[in-house]
Design a protein around this ligand. Structure first.
Ligand code: BEZ
Ligand code: FE
Length: 288
């Protein structure tokens, strides 16, 4: 039978029919069906198809050890968050995207230490608890945080201004699952726009900004690890994150305090901001 518009799909599906691994066969089958449906819907010209291939080629060329343009593409298409959401457990704190800036090891710090080594932003105290969904503390949970500074840059983006490890810290929760740290209020910032994904955003009149957030990965033996953010409630772009990563449970008030006794207790200057973040980890092997 000739390969034509009506026989094309079946011909390609049949070519994959003997794929031994059932999951791989299912994936190849679905990719083929959806891609053919897309082409039949859009009816691209050969020039348009070449330009689509050119776009993906440019995305690939932009990737290296520290830049992952395919992940960025998946982020701005909402696919990273879709995968994250479908794999999350409804009983625990919601997960969200990892992002590209968890590229260096966070320095080990003691509870109450500051992760800010520059001292130019608005002082901020973060307190939190790590518990299971019923509220039972998870003592010794490891809390790995990283954030940008008050100008929207991570340490790795501005090594001339920020020492390595600035804005990063690895903490261990106390016997009651509590943690606390000092920092500065992070800023909103744009995702990288100097590649094909940036051109895509521009062509579609989309802004590249992410609302202010602090990244966190929480791990503890016997629990599923959690990769998430603490979002600053009054940040610009809180309702229009370029990578769709905001979930309402992750948005916290960073309340301003002028309480001198509290400031002294935490070792910060006035005025400072304070946010509290309760984290619920789900036990390993628990299906939701
Ligand atoms: C970030 O929050 O670090 C990030 C996440 C997705 C894309 C770009 C940056
Ligand atoms: Fe970030």
């Amino acid at each position: 039978m000739d390969f034509d518009e009506h026989t094309a799909l079946d011909a390609v599906l049949a070519s994959f029919a003997d794929t031994p691994d059932p999951r791989q066969r299912q994936i190849l089958d679905a990719v083929t069906r959806h891609l053919h449906a897309l082409v039949r819907e859009l009816r691209p010209t050969t020039d348009e198809w070449e330009s689509a291939v050119g776009f993906l080629t440019a995305v690939g060329r932009m990737c290296d050890d520290t830049r992952q343009e395919f992940v960025l593409l998946s982020d701005v298409l909402g696919v990273s968050m879709l995968v994250e959401t479908m794999n999350g457990d409804a009983h625990g704190t919601a997960g969200t995207v990892l992002g590209p800036f968890h590229m260096t090891e966070s320095p080990r710090r003691e509870l109450g230490d500051s992760i800010d080594e520059v001292g130019t932003g608005t002082p901020c105290v973060i307190t939190g608890t790590v518990t299971d969904p019923d509220g039972t503390p998870v003592p010794g949970a490891v809390i790995d945080v990283w954030q940008c500074d008050e100008n929207g840059f991570y340490d790795v983006q501005r090594p001339d201004i920020q020492p390595p490890g600035n804005g990063r810290g690895l903490f261990h929760a106390d016997d009651e699952g509590r943690f606390r740290l000092r920092t500065v209020v992070p800023s909103h910032y744009p995702i990288p726009t100097d590649g094909p994904v940036g051109r895509l955003l521009e062509a579609s009149r989309r802004h590249p900004y992410r609302p202010a957030h602090i990244h966190v990965i929480v791990t503890a033996p016997g629990f599923q690890s959690l990769t998430t953010h603490m979002f600053v409630a009054d940040s610009p772009y809180i309702d229009s994150d370029a990578v769709f990563a905001v979930k309402q449970d992750l948005v916290r008030d960073f309340t301003e305090s002028t309480d001198a006794a509290e400031a002294e207790r935490h070792g910060v200057t006035l005025p400072f901001r304070h946010a509290h973040f309760p984290i619920h980890l789900v036990r390993s092997g628990n299906a939701s």
